[in-house]
Design a binder for this molecule. Structure first.
Ligand code: NDP
Ligand code: KPL
Length: 297
């Protein structure tokens, strides 16, 4: 498991506690020694905290890797696998847990001899301390690629990780990307919770129309279907929450904009589509990030 952050820890703990041989790969010797001081990963689940002393190592360790869950942010995915490439066995399998699109293709291009299974999840977790993760929202994970479902899906079932194999994983990732593009940037620009966007319903609807047009041009007709209605449902259902991008910006952290709105705008350009509202949104968001000294990609 590369990345002992929110999702990585959530997966690692559930796999380890049913006896599966999980190992964490941490960034560098400093992170490894901080982990050893912490005594392991702490997961807070249903209000109860438990410590899991899962073995950990650094990327430069020796054992070959046959199966890797990549649980870092989209912008860290390529640098992280580059560091590990020499340890990946021929035909190694990777599960890519990144949100958005773009990083998965970049990882697959960097590792032509490996199988890259894509994942999209509705589970939620956050870190409230170093190596301490709160399981904030139950959900479901879809995994898929162009091949047959791997036998190790049974291990996810044994670990109680709700999942399904998806033959349309790109459609799922595109749909999530479109939802995130319609909601997250506006919550940053208007500095509001998701529910605050009810006051900007016209703007949300215009963005949804452009996003649906983009999805249709990207061969994702199903993902375009009923987009606006779902965006409205999510805004209502998560009205009290701050979007993940709002949280990143509020905490002065890098956002995954390049793999969400950035990917949408790049694909629009590739298809020679003129989506003025999406483009204007990207420019407004980039100005907002620049004013705060945050990375634009
Ligand atoms: N959290 C959630 O609820 C959800 C997250 N996602 C997506 O999942 C992905 C992961 O997000 P999340 O778990 O929240 O992110 P976090 O920031 O919590 O965790 C990312 C982890 O990756 C580690 N990391 C980055 N680069 C390296 C490296 N080179 N070597 C070793 N470790 C590395 C970081 O290490 P360090 O601790 O040293 O910084 C960190 O622990 C994102 O794309 C996100 O959008 C999707 C749905 C829900
Ligand atoms: C809740 C939702 C759907 C808002 O876009 C989300 O996924 C996020 O905040 O990243």
């Amino acid at each position: 498991m590369l990345g002992a952050g929110s999702l990585g820890s959530l997966w690692a703990v559930r796999l380890a506690r049913v006896g599966l041989p999980v190992r964490l790969i941490l960034r560098d010797p400093q992170r490894l020694s901080a982990y050893h001081c912490a005594g392991g990963l702490r997961l807070v689940e249903d209000g109860m905290e438990q410590l899991y002393p899962i073995p950990a190592e650094i990327p430069d360790a020796a054992p070959p890797i046959r199966r890797l869950l990549l649980a870092c942010k989209a912008y860290d995915a390529v640098p992280a696998v580059e560091h590990l490439a020499s340890r990946l066995a021929a035909g190694a399998e990777l599960v890519l847990l990144q949100n958005g699109l773009g990083s998965q293709d970049a990882v697959a291009a960097r590792l032509p001899g490996c199988r890259c299974v894509l994942a999209s999840t509705t589970e939620g977790a956050f870190r409230d301390g170093d190596f301490r993760v709160v399981f904030a929202g139950r959900g479901h994970t879809w995994l898929g690629d162009a091949g047959q479902p791997p036998a190790w899906l049974d291990e996810l079932a044994a670990a109680g990780i709700p999942h399904a194999w998806s033959e349309t994983i790109h459609g799922r990732l595109w749909r999530k990307l479109a939802l995130n593009c319609a909601i997250n940037p506006l919550t940053v620009l208007y500095d509001c919770r998701n529910g605050g966007l009810q006051a900007y319903a016209g703007e949300v609807a215009e963005l949804c129309a452009e996003l649906a047009e983009l999805l249709r041009h990207c061969d994702q007709r199903d993902a375009a279907e009923g987009l606006q209605e779902e965006v409205e449902r999510v805004i209502q259902a998560t009205a009290a929450n701050y979007s993940s991008m709002h949280q990143d910006v509020a905490r002065g952290r890098r956002s995954e904009i390049a793999y969400l709105l950035g990917h949408a705008c790049r694909e629009a350009e590739r298809h020679k589509l003129h989506l003025s509202r999406l483009k204007a949104l990207q420019q407004r968001l980039q100005r907002h990030l620049a004013e705060r000294g945050l990375p634009l990609d």
